[in-house]
Design a protein around this ligand. Structure first.
Ligand code: HDE
Length: 719
């Protein structure tokens, strides 16, 4: 604990250095932007009490002008996001592989700023869309800023940057009517995807529950591309980056996500904020997969192809450090909105590979900041400043903050004493990896990129039964929203390449049949090449299944920060409520009291507890689990309360853990769970405890399991 506090204060001090432009809002008199004190912030200057306003009112004009220009363009993709400050600690020095200072000194605490996002929706859209999540980390290292700008899925839709504008245009709302917002379930997206078989693997991820995370705190992160580590001898290893959440990887049910979109569209943003504000700091371990240069070609796919992952069973992930997020931003706009990430923000010891998607990104991110943040000086915005100083001869431009002194802004110079000098020692600054390139200039896709289906099948085969069902249902939903029958059929044909059973199960819901193979796309290829080498194909993966790809095998031993709803009405049993509350809170869960009305609710013994939410202001989808305490009167009232019964039915439908004590069991009997005897062995429904256990212990076990997906009886619960 003491160590944690020290880390926190050290880290905060560093972060505070970043924010020289922040202000203390207390004890301040109102001023204009020129520092003039304002003594009336209520009325414009007028010609007489009832007369017209005067143009000379510079105070009103300054205020309104500033307001008129408050908005900046939102990000073209990843517009909707939330962020937090934190720090990174290294477990073991990585000098054998990289000379990056922050990956060599285990005593060094590196401050970070992390932004999570959806991709397709606008800035004000729902957190709950079926979508990829961005996972961007800015490390403020002693050698400058290093950005790891990744996603919560380890692969991408396309192989070449040239296709990115097409992909984004296809998924964004359709241009004639700007419908639908934050959704891929429409014709243009699937039209594009059905003509781009290279997206097959990513589509499996997007249709899986990974696209509807329970929390940003429960998502993995991936660098996606293959990068390079370079050590101080100049030796290179290929590297793939992974973030592993200590809370495990958990997702919502699709119906739940859709409901939450209405009940609490800020669900993920609120969850992250509340966890940090409550001292439950989210943590991820940083993992790397390292591949020797000489092994570059030993895989059955190309390391440079961003539609492929390296199965962890083939190259294990080495855990090298831990990231903790421990401070919410002070100002959303100044920090979360203005932070500018860029995969090209590197430090010595880390370098790019030739992945053609990554290479395109290196151009795009600075370019987009120029229009979004409006000036080449965006690096001077406090959240973007490196902790180390910036010394160069770049000058001026819109909104320049730095006041450069002296006469010289060129190099070489003698009048300025030659400053700033370039790094003298060969290796003390950034050096690109000395990769030998001896090639023809060519505009084509490598034939080693033509396996479009092998890993899509590997991913599908690695899923649990429930996860496969969810993928099938997601495809039925998304393609069911597509109006064009040709597009649907083309997609079914692509699914046929991945798994015939999957294709059949989707097709039947669309009134179609699994059909001919996917249509090849027309990749250009060298004139002297054999066209067959450039046809999309399926290379069987060297492993049949990769358990690491299924959330079934994630951490399920903790209920830390899980939200549990206690359904109460006057007359609940105090003992029953308090015993369960204490047990859950001791295990790190958070209990919320739900009652018919806000205020306080009185127990059978006369004690009152404050009500957190009423049945009207809340919903089961905002919780991980539900408990109905004992108490005859409370149970009677809840049985009569349709909202309470709906609450239970819905939690049941979404496969959540549900417990009831004593008379509370009667309430479950009235719901769709319909226990017709006192005891039930249905997984996730806790109404009694076996010998040597308690109902509290059983409930905690059930919540830790996250969801009882096997309960999911197709469409049986009318919630
Ligand atoms: Fe991005 N991407 N991207 N991207 N991306 C942006 O940069 C782009 C790609 C990712 O929280 C933009 O500042 C191109 C892959 C994240 O601020 C833009 C290509 C991956 C974020 C841009 C890609 C990402 C962005 C929009 C294909 C996963 C949010 C605003 C060549 C590894 C960063 C901005 C934040 C943001 C371009 C592909 C992740 C337009 C051209 C692959 C997490 O520059």
């Amino acid at each position: 604990m003491a160590k944690k506090k020290i880390l926190k204060s050290k880290e905060n001090q560093k972060i505070n250095d970043l924010q020289q432009h922040s202000e203390d809002p207390t004890n301040q008199l109102l001023t204009t932007n020129q520092g003039l004190r304002v003594n009336d912030n209520q009325n414009t200057l007028k010609a007489g009490e009832r007369g017209p306003s005067l143009l000379e009112d510079f105070i009103m004009r300054e205020k309104i002008t500033h307001f008129d220009h408050e908005r900046i363009p939102e990000r073209i993709v990843h517009a909707r996001g939330s962020a937090a400050h934190g720090f990174f600690e290294l477990y073991k020095p990585m000098g054998k592989y990289t000379r990056a200072a922050f990956l060599n000194d285990t005593k060094q605490i590196t401050p970070v700023f992390v932004r999570f996002s959806t991709v397709a929706g606008s800035r004000g859209s729902t957190d709950l869309a079926r979508d990829v999540r961005g996972f961007s980390v800015k490390f403020y290292t002693q050698e400058g800023n290093y950005d790891l700008v990744g996603n919560n899925m380890p692969v991408f839709f396309i192989q070449d940057a040239m296709k990115f504008p097409d992909l984004v245009h296809a998924v964004k709302p359709e241009p004639d009517n700007e419908i639908p917002q934050a959704s891929s379930a429409h014709d243009t997206f699937w039209d594009f995807i059905s003509l781009m078989p290279e997206s097959a693997h990513m589509i499996m991820w997007l249709m899986s529950d990974r696209a509807i995370p329970r929390s940003y705190r429960m998502m993995e992160g991936f660098g996606v591309h293959t990068f390079r580590f370079i050590n101080d001898q100049g030796k290179s290893h290929f590297v793939k980056f992974h973030w592993k959440p200590l809370l495990g990887v958990h997702s919502l049910a699709w119906d739940e996500a859709q409901n939450l979109s209405g009940k609490d569209p800020d669900f993920h943003r609120r969850d992250l904020w509340n966890a940090i504000a409550g001292g439950n700091f989210p943590q991820w371990e940083l993992g790397v997969q390292l591949i020797d240069e000489k092994d570059e070609h030993k895989f059955d796919f190309d390391l440079l192809d961003p539609t492929k992952l390296i199965p962890e069973e083939i190259v294990p992930v080495q855990i090298i450090g831990k990231m903790t997020l421990n401070r919410n931003p002070d100002n959303f706009f100044a920090e979360t909105e203005q932070v500018a990430f860029h995969p090209g923000h590197l430090v010595p010891g880390i370098d790019f590979s030739n992945d053609p998607l990554l290479q395109g990104r290196l151009f795009s991110y600075t370019d987009t900041q120029l229009s979004r943040l409006g000036s080449p000086n965006f690096h001077e915005i406090p959240i973007n400043r490196p902790l180390v100083g910036i010394h160069n001869n770049q000058r001026d431009g819109h909104m320049r903050q730095m006041i450069n002194k002296g006469k010289t802004s060129y190099e070489p110079n003698s009048l300025g004493g030659g400053c700033p000098f370039q790094a003298m020692l060969k290796m003390s600054g950034f050096t690109s990896f000395l990769e030998r390139i001896d090639a023809k200039k060519i505009r084509t896709r490598s034939k080693s990129f033509m396996d479009h289906f092998g890993q899509a099948t590997l991913f599908y085969n690695s899923q649990s039964h429930a996860e496969k069902k969810h993928i099938t249902n997601a495809l039925r939903f998304e393609l069911g929203k597509v109006k064009s029958v040709e597009v649907r059929q083309r997609m079914v044909n692509i699914l046929t390449q991945i798994d015939k059973g999957l294709a059949d199960n989707v097709a039947v819901c669309l009134g179609l049949k699994a059909g001919a193979p996917a249509q090849p796309i027309n990749h250009s290829f060298p004139a002297d090449a054999n066209p067959k080498d450039y046809q999309p194909r399926k290379v069987k993966s060297s492993i049949e299944v990769s358990p690491a790809l299924s959330m079934e095998h994630t951490v399920k031993d903790s209920i830390l920060t899980r939200q549990v709803a206690f359904l109460t009405a006057p007359g609940y049993s105090d003992t029953s409520l308090q015993t369960m509350k204490k047990a859950l809170e001791n295990s790190g869960a958070q209990v919320k009291i739900i009652a018919p009305a806000l205020g306080f609710v009185r127990g059978a013994a006369g004690k009152e507890v404050p009500v957190d939410e009423s049945f009207l202001t809340s919903s089961s989808v905002c919780f991980d689990a539900v408990f109905v305490p004992g108490g005859a009167q409370s149970a009677e009232l809840l049985i009569e309360n349709a909202d309470a019964i709906h609450f239970i039915n819905e939690a049941y439908k979404h496969c959540k853990a549900i417990a009831a004590d004593k008379e509370g069991v009667k309430v479950l009997r009235t719901s769709h769970i319909g226990l017709n005897k006192k005891e039930t062995d249905e997984p996730g429904i806790v109404t009694y405890a076996p010998k040597n256990s308690t109902i509290e212990k059983e409930f905690i076990k059930a919540i830790a399991a996250h969801r009882v997906w096997d309960r999911e009886p197709e469409r049986k619960v009318p919630a």
